[in-house]
Design a protein around this ligand. Structure first.
Ligand code: DCP
Ligand code: MG
Length: 411
């Protein structure tokens, strides 16, 4: 039964209890573990940053540093404009501490946190280095879910020494929004009866699966909040966005029934299709690649996969396999870009006879980050050519390919 339609007095027991954990300003918190004097101070962790330099991008900023407007994906140079370095301005109360990314440390700390989570959840779905979902239905009950959430936070704080925000809800999508609702050090429990009310005022751009482009399209339809989305006509949404539109409508209503299950993560997603014999009609080839590109991009979106590399495969007679790929500066979920890049890569085969074509996205990232912050790095021009002629087959062992399945069979 959908949340919110329960008869008064009926037990809530059948509702799952899903817990989402997201560590607060994770890299900065890890730096504080190494150097406790950073506690309470503005801390910026820079990727590609070296002490004293001004290059690199902000990986994360402590909440104190965020008060100065410093945020993920910002250039270090511009972060320094709003928050100068303590090292250079020791007496300035409005200066902060800058550190370089230390992945080994963060991986280690993240691993310790995950160990605790595996003890506390029946099933755990790791999303990224600092984020996971737990199904805790059989470990707690709605009446005491808040205490359970507090226990999770306290164990992490006591045993690892880093702060976490926790959301508890009957579904994954709402649990994630709940953990984000009161960051840092947040604990938000959304009971089954309260899901619709909790979701109603949330910005539509924050609904899981809504990227910046779709958010704009929804706003054009007059849909500003999750509440508007929940009240929208599902047929209209399906017309506009296909099956994805129905998913979004369900999520906005708290009807996200995805089970919390450990995820086997593919290395790449691809689709290919063969022509009968070979074709000299390059328009046909272009159209086929456009169709494949759309299918692959759609599959990536459904799997919550961001990709850093977009590639094509062209097989010419007798059976010469050519692959071309382009690497992007950061992971994206951008169907238009997949179309654009694959058409571009296809260009050099205009005069060839073609047996078979394929489209692949690889270098996948499942961390569900905000795309806006990632495209912040994105200046495609700088990254072209870098991955040309990469061996298509190299990582095919874990490729989630549809092989030669005919079009229309993809999920
Ligand atoms: N990260 C990154 N580049 C980004 C975003 C994040 O390198 N554009 C890294 C640094 C973060 C970590 O991933 O510490 C986790 O990402 P989150 O989005 O969870 O951000 P934080 O944990 O830093 O902050 P919050 O408290 O908002 O969760
Ligand atoms: Mg985090």
């Amino acid at each position: 039964m959908p949340a919110g339609e329960r008869l008064p007095g009926a037990p809530e027991r059948e509702e799952r209890i899903v817990l989402h954990v997201d560590m607060d300003c994770f890299y900065a918190s890890c730096e504080r573990l190494k150097d406790p004097s950073l506690e309470g101070e503005p801390v910026v962790v820079g990727m590609g940053y070296e002490p004293g330099e001004t290059v690199g991008a902000v990986a994360t900023a402590s909440y104190e540093a965020r008060e100065y407007g410093v945020e993920s994906a910002q250039a270090i140079g511009s972060a320094l404009d709003s928050l100068p370095r303590k090292a250079e301005h020791p007496d300035d109360p409005d200066a902060g501490y800058y550190r370089s990314v230390d992945m080994d440390c963060y991986q280690d700390v993240g691993g310790e946190v995950k160990e605790i989570l595996y003890e506390l959840g029946d099933t755990v779905r790791e999303v990224s280095i600092d984020e996971a979902y737990l199904d805790v239905t059989d470990r707690t009950a709605w009446d005491v879910a808040e205490g359970f959430g507090r226990h999770v936070k306290q164990r992490i704080a006591r045993e690892v020494g880093v702060p976490a925000s926790v959301g508890v809800a009957p579904d994954m999508s709402t649990a994630k929004l709940a953990s984000d609702h009161d960051k840092p050090d947040g604990l938000v429990v959304v009971r089954p009866d309260d899901v619709r009310e909790f979701l109603a005022p949330i910005d539509v751009a924050d609904v899981h699966g809504v990227g910046p482009v779709r958010a704009r399209e929804l706003r054009e339809m007059g849909i500003e909040t999750a509440g508007d989305l929940a009240d929208a006509d599902p047929y209209e949404l399906a017309d506009e966005f296909g099956e994805r539109g129905r998913d979004l409508h369900r999520r906005a209503r708290g009807e996200d029934d995805r089970p919390v299950e450990p995820r086997g993560k593919p290395k790449s997603l691809s689709r290919e299709s063969a022509f009968d014999g070979a074709t000299d009609d390059f328009e046909r080839v272009r159209e086929q690649v456009a169709t494949l590109a759309e299918a692959v991009a759609d599959r990536a979106t459904r799997k919550d996969a961001f990709y850093r590399t977009i590639g094509v495969k062209v097989v010419t007679p007798p059976f010469d396999v050519h692959t071309r790929a382009e690497s992007l500066p950061g992971p994206v979920d951008d169907p238009d870009l997949v179309d654009e890049v694959t058409q571009e890569l296809l260009g050099e085969f205009a005069d060839e006879s073609v047996r078979k074509v394929g489209v692949r996205v690889s270098n996948l990232d499942f961390s569900e980050r905000e795309q806006a912050s990632l495209t912040g790095f994105a200046d495609r021009e700088g990254a072209t050519e870098s991955d040309r002629n990469r061996d298509w087959e190299r990582d095919s062992g874990e490729d989630d390919t549809d092989g030669q399945a005919s079009l229309g069979e993809f999920e």
